[in-house]
Design a protein around this ligand. Structure first.
Ligand SMILES: Cc1cc2nc3c(=O)[nH]c(=O)nc-3n(C[C@H](O)[C@H](O)[C@H](O)COP(=O)(O)OP(=O)(O)OC[C@H]3O[C@@H](n4cnc5c(N)ncnc54)[C@H](O)[C@@H]3O)c2cc1C
Length: 396
């Protein structure tokens, strides 16, 4: 039955960005409605990220929703790089004041944030898509597919890269900076116990391979594949042959198991500046896409939500001053570019350039220099560790 509702903040999207913001606003008793086109089962069925920065874990902990994360997730303190018959282990945590990542699948983060918000009495409306949004000087109106209408003072567009918040940006209101990378990944999860207690990035003449932790029984793997390849050309046998060859190291064994999911990854990066127009704020993937090499996408989405909550609180204190609202983009854009720069450098450090790529041999030697510096220079490794673990949470 179509309805009409009014709230303070309409949050479009119940991914990590939208649900974090919903929890933060609800905790401050700011009226808000979270809308998603998916139902709960679909939302918690999407396997994506799994590497949570220190500040992301702190945010979830401060919301009082980290019990399962801390009990079932794994502290992740280091990475191994394999290249040209060598291996080097970098203890990021030791280099960064004992801070660490947590490995905890994105779908579990979404489940905890969603269930926590619903249990706290938050207004979450699932299973209906938003079709259109309108903005006036006084507020924002969202039209849903079932004919319902929701009015708000502000809209948080946390509806991902293909959502309507980004698509509704008026011409000239933001500038999009975009880059397509010359690499492609086949990414998969397998029902196999991790083969090491840490992430492994391997640079091999046949291409990059990555081993990433997800749980005691599931491991995520990435394989660099020729640009244009399709999932159909990668049988499970071919995948395991490549993983065995690229990750090989004397005395080390790869645990294998049934492939659960496999997808080709679009290697694109994009940033919208500013991350807002009028009363609409772009949050998470709606504002920026980042190559998956550094595991930053979910973490940036949560950090955006934290900043937007802070700015809305500050603007309320300033009597709704529009200048106070501008602080959202001003504060988030530098952090987003820092993560872009790090992910770009990591991507280019570990990938194999196709022979015909311009200056491939020169670029490969630059890669080797970076890996060598990581293995031998404390200053280089500390800087790398700080970027990998990510900044401290707002407020320390
Ligand atoms: C294979 C893979 C591995 C990754 N690994 C990592 C990692 O290790 N670490 C990391 O930090 N990041 C990683 N990422 C990136 C991360 O998953 C995303 O950056 C993250 O999901 C962004 O969160 P979000 O809330 O902004 O958007 P999403 O999670 O995309 O959520 C957007 C929500 O909006 C809803 N929506 C869209 N349109 C509408 C509409 N019209 N009406 C209503 N609802 C709508 C969608 O249903 C969705 O639930 C990975 C991504 C992939 C694909």
């Amino acid at each position: 039955m179509p309805y009409e509702a009014t709230t303070r903040v309409v949050i479009l999207g119940a991914g990590p960005a939208g649900l974090t913001l919903g929890n933060l606003l609800h905790a401050r008793q700011v009226p808000c409605v979270v809308i998603d086109k998916f139902d709960r089962e679909q939302l918690v069925g999407r396997t994506r990220a799994g590497l949570l920065e220190y500040r992301t874990v702190e945010t979830i902990r401060r919301l009082g929703l980290a019990d399962r994360l801390l009990a079932e997730g794994h502290r992740h303190t280091g990475c191994e790089f394999r290249f040209t018959d060598q291996r080097t282990y970098t203890d990021f945590s030791e280099l960064y004041d004992g801070r660490a990542h947590h490995v905890y699948p994105q779908q579990e983060v979404v489940a905890d944030l969603l269930d926590g918000l619903v249990k706290a009495g938050g207004d979450v409306r699932l299973g209906v898509a938003a079709e259109r949004l309108e903005q006036t000087a006084d507020g924002v109106t969202v039209h849903l597919a079932d004919g319902s209408v929701i009015h708000g003072d502000y809209l948080a567009g946390a509806d991902g890269q293909h959502g309507i918040a980004r698509a509704s940006t008026p011409a000239g209101a933001t500038t999009e900076y975009e880059m397509r990378h010359e690499f492609q990944w086949l990414t998969l999860t397998a029902a196999a116990a991790p083969s090491a207690e840490w992430t492994i990035y391997a640079q091999h003449e046949r291409g990059f391979a990555g081993h990433l932790l997800r749980s005691d029984t599931v491991t995520r793997f990435h394989l660099q594949v020729p640009v244009g390849d399709t999932v159909e050309s990668w049988s499970d046998d071919r995948i395991w042959d490549e993983l065995r060859a690229r990750l090989a190291h004397p005395g080390w064994t790869l645990n294998e198991g049934p492939v659960l999911t496999k997808n080709m990854l679009d290697m694109r990066s994009r940033v919208a500046e500013p991350m807002q127009y009028g009363r609409v704020f772009l949050v998470g993937d709606a504002a920026h896409i980042i190559s998956p090499s550094g595991g930053k996408g979910l973490n940036l989405a949560v950090a955006d939500a934290v900043e937007l909550d802070r700015v809305l609180a500050e603007a309320d204190l300033a009597g709704g001053d529009p200048a106070a609202l501008d602080a959202y983009s001003e504060r988030r854009v530098p952090d987003v570019w820092k993560a872009q720069e790090f992910s770009h450098a990591l991507l280019h450090m570990m990938h194999t350039y196709e022979d015909e790529a311009p200056e491939a041999a020169f670029r490969q030697r630059l890669q080797q220099s970076r890996l060598w510096q990581l293995a031998t220079s404390d200053a280089y490794a500390r800087s790398f560790a700080a970027s990998y673990i990510g900044p401290l949470p707002v407020g320390g």
